[in-house]
Write a protein that binds this ligand. Structure first.
Ligand SMILES: NC(=O)c1ccc[n+]([C@@H]2O[C@H](COP(=O)([O-])OP(=O)(O)OC[C@H]3O[C@@H](n4cnc5c(N)ncnc54)[C@H](O)[C@@H]3O)[C@@H](O)[C@H]2O)c1
Length: 380
């Protein structure tokens, strides 16, 4: 007998859609799970728009005030898909009401807010997770399994990029739908919290904690019209950020993110170099993991490209999908996160990254921004 898990979704934008797709797909592809998500209510301020979203995706009801959603007795889990400046208030209220929480990344505007959120969920003892979804792309999970097996040997280097080009146009306004990302009052920071946070979460997961950082940031376009006022206002986010770091395992890290790399839409890549083996991954070819194994016989030593499609169980998550050779995509990372969250409820275990795990990423982001401001190395 399946147990319903009533979802209260806040926000109907990009992430509202990816998560809802996840809730809908899970029962079909993970039928063994005890909990079954029910699309109970969707919430946003604009009644017509949230009703249209609810009708399209199959939510049973709507709310126009997130406080009313949290107050509802028939909601088990709150899913926070709003701009970053609302994460803390919503999460703390949801924890106090005893709701489970699935919160979008970055956890908060900064680490101080994140710490308050961790305390709230830990005091309330409510299950919680943060949607660093790239962990659940099979090729990335596969990389994690290989690294954890110790096959890479001593790790020397970790490097990651997240490159986009969508803000080069100086006429693009800041504030409002989706463009809240260009306003630090809503986003907390620019590419650091939006894009590098993903790279940092994956890096910590794969290669362990980061101890200290030195960073530079740049804001290329200094003023943009704000949609709220119609006036040109100072741009307060970082348009680009690059940083160096030490990991606690002694390896060196190099990270770069920008929204000014003409031609790149969402080029997230990482590479890790160990004494025996290197691995690299590219979001634009997300179902492949590239591997160089020094243990291969001399003449055959080369970079290989593993198509992560083994439904026989060798590749994570793939026994849930199609036959070997056929791949899945970006949206499946969210399906997997929902499935893992439901499984964690059954097992009474945390579903990583928890708020506490995501706080570590937030602390690195804070140190990066502070280092860029002061032009000095910063401990995390
Ligand atoms: N995991 C990822 O890969 C990923 C990708 C994109 C965004 N995100 C994160 O997801 C969150 C949302 O981003 P998005 O791209 O979906 O943004 P979006 O602009 O597409 O959607 C934001 C939604 O929040 C709603 N909203 C704003 N204020 C509200 C309020 N007071 N009450 C109720 N609803 C409100 C808006 O109506 C909108 O539906 C952000 O934290 C962002 O950093 C994560």
């Amino acid at each position: 007998m399946s147990k319903p898990l009533n979802i209260g979704m806040i926000g109907y934008g990009f992430m509202g859609r990816t998560h809802t797709n996840g809730y809908k797909r899970v029962p079909d592809f993970f039928p063994e799970l005890k909990y079954k998500p029910v699309l109970k209510a969707a919430c946003a301020r604009d009644k017509e728009k949230i009703q249209a979203f609810a009708d399209q995706w199959g939510y049973e009801s709507i709310e126009t005030d997130w406080k009313a959603l949290i107050a509802r007795k028939d909601i088990d889990a709150i899913d926070i898909c709003t701009p970053n400046n609302l994460h803390k208030e919503i999460a703390i209220a949801a924890a106090k009401a005893g709701k489970m929480i699935l919160c979008e990344k970055p956890l908060a505007m900064n680490a101080a807010e994140g710490e308050e959120m961790c305390k709230a969920v830990e005091e309330a003892k409510v299950p919680n997770t943060v949607w660093y979804n790239y962990r659940r792309i099979p090729a990335v999970t596969f990389a994690k399994n290989i690294i954890d097996s110790g096959r890479l040997g001593r790790i020397f280097h970790y490097r990651a990029n997240f490159l986009q080009d969508w803000t080069i146009n100086a006429d693009l306004p800041q504030g409002g739908n989706a463009l809240w990302r260009l306003d630090a009052a809503a986003a907390g920071s620019g590419v650091t919290g939006d894009l590098l946070a993903h790279c940092i979460d994956t890096a910590i997961w794969l290669n362990g904690s980061i101890s200290d950082v030195t960073a530079m940031t740049e804001t290329f376009i200094k003023e943009r019209v704000h949609t709220a006022t119609g006036q040109k206002q100072k741009v307060t986010i970082d348009d680009a950020c690059a940083f160096l770091c030490h990991f606690e395992n002694g390896s060196l890290g190099l990270f770069e993110s920008t929204r000014y790399a003409r031609g790149h839409k969402a080029l997230y890549t990482f590479e890790i170099n160990g004494e025996n083996m290197s691995l690299r991954w590219d979001l634009h070819d997300l179902h492949r993991l590239e591997m160089f194994d020094y243990g291969d016989e001399g003449p055959f030593r080369a970079w290989k490209s593993i198509h992560v499609t083994d439904a026989g169980g060798d590749h994570p998550y793939m026994n849930k999908w199609w036959v070997p050779g056929l791949q899945i995509g970006y949206e499946h990372s969210f399906v997997h996160q929902v499935a893992d969250f439901l499984k964690s409820l059954e097992e009474g275990k945390p579903c990583g990254p928890t708020f506490r795990d995501a706080l570590e990423t937030q602390k690195v982001c804070d140190a990066v921004l502070q280092s860029a401001k002061e032009h000095v190395w910063k401990n995390v």
